[in-house]
Design a protein around this ligand. Structure first.
Ligand SMILES: Nc1ncnc2c1ncn2[C@@H]1O[C@H](COP(=O)(O)OP(=O)(O)OP(=O)(O)O)[C@@H](O)[C@H]1O
Ligand SMILES: [Mg+2]
Length: 181
């Protein structure tokens, strides 16, 4: 139950719930890593009380073009850290906004026109979640992008628990049912 993702239709409260869960888990004595996996919305760091976000993890992996080259060549992007497993302490400081008990990482954002799709971010997210080794009382919350694209890309294979948020609309319930299949 250490890697938890928060998913659902746009605007259902994923980022707010991620923030509240982080606060509660922190108070319960867990060290919490939040992974911002929303390639569009930039503001999760503000909800968490930081003044700016961390550098994008995708840059740690060599940037979008390199990630896709490696994905084509090897199936998954190779991370640039030495060990097969990634420990929280291995991640260079600029890729984490941090307090004593709470850390924020961000996969990467679409920032410009004609930049291409978000596939490289998804590959980085999968590799990062797969290789991230958590110690006792460390927990990861992944604030997902809206919709079901991450399911199509198989991101959920690398998490332990999925929380699906629903608002009282047909689209929201239909999407949650689809996710729950
Ligand atoms: N439990 C709640 N009760 C009332 N308002 C809420 C609740 N949760 C979230 N909101 C409000 O709903 C709006 C959307 O919340 P939030 O940004 O967390 O959604 P999201 O699912 O992350 O959206 P997106 O898909 O755009 O990332 C915000 O204005 C937030 O303040
Ligand atoms: Mg959000």
């Amino acid at each position: 139950m250490q890697k938890i993702s928060i998913a659902g239709k746009g605007g259902t409260g994923k980022s707010v719930l991620t923030t509240l869960l982080a606060k509660v888990l922190k108070e319960m004595g867990y060290r919490v890593l939040i992974v911002d996996a929303d390639e569009s919305n930039p503001g999760l760091y503000r909800m968490l009380g930081f003044h700016h976000g961390p550098s994008d993890l995708i840059d740690l992996f060599g940037g979008p073009r390199r990630v896709m080259e490696l994905t084509r060549e090897m199936g998954v992007p190779t991370h640039p850290l030495d060990n097969e497993k990634i420990y929280l302490r291995d991640i260079p400081g600029k890729y984490l906004m941090a307090t004593d008990t709470l850390k924020l990482a961000s996969v990467g954002k679409i920032t410009g026109a004609f930049e291409g799709c978000a596939c490289p971010m998804a590959e980085v997210l999968k590799t990062f979640l797969y290789r991230l080794f958590l110690k006792e009382r460390e927990i990861v919350l992944v604030d997902m992008e809206a919709g079901v694209e991450h399911f199509g890309r198989g991101v959920e294979r690398y998490i332990d628990t999925l929380l699906i948020l629903v608002e009282p609309s047909f689209e929201s319930v239909a999407l949650a049912s689809k996710i729950n299949l």
